[in-house]
Design a protein around this ligand. Structure first.
Ligand code: IDP
Ligand code: MG
Length: 141
């Protein structure tokens, strides 16, 4: 029952897709245990995506992720990590399954509207990147 981190990226916020994305999370039976609206600094974005440092898309990704406000979410529920990744769809919207958020709203492999942690280990560090323990709704409430 591990929590995972979801982000609505700057393209999603700009295009007013916040309500829509959260609605899909709720409809899927996942649980919103924490939420914040914020704008990443360049330093924060570089750290958050450090695993991609050196890749050709890294600098552009950091620029994109700092281009406007984002919504960060702690998403819980049974199997939340995989279920949120499945709801998002593949990284490249053109290759994502129908009925996924990225397929429906993504406009490029970079501007793909949402982020989700990809394993239990990254979920733990990514949630802690944005949330203190007392900012996350405990299980069972
Ligand atoms: P993920 O978000 O599906 O886990 P990652 O490979 O971890 O995909 O990449 C992180 C983010 O970097 C992607 O969501 C996307 O915004 C961007 N990205 C990934 N691959 C490319 C690429 O080939 N070109 C441009 N941007 C990319
Ligand atoms: Mg990833």
């Amino acid at each position: 029952m591990a929590n995972t981190l979801g982000i609505i990226k700057p393209d999603g916020v700009k295009r007013k897709l916040v309500g829509n994305v959260i609605s899909r999370i709720e409809r899927d039976g996942l649980i919103l245990r924490g939420v914040k609206v914020l704008k990443l600094s360049k330093d924060q974005a570089q750290k958050f995506y450090a695993v991609h440092e050196g890749k050709p898309f890294y600098n552009s990704l950091v620029e994109f992720m700092t281009s406007g406000p984002i919504v960060v979410m702690v998403i819980g529920g049974h199997d939340s990590i995989d279920r949120w990744r499945n709801l998002m769809g593949a990284t490249d919207p053109a290759k994502a399954r129908y009925n996924t958020i990225r397929r429906e709203y993504g406009t490029s492999i970079e501007k793909n509207v949402v982020h989700g942690s990809d394993s239990e280990a990254t979920a733990k560090t990514e949630v802690a990147f944005f949330f203190n323990d007392d900012e996350i709704l405990p299980k069972g409430i």
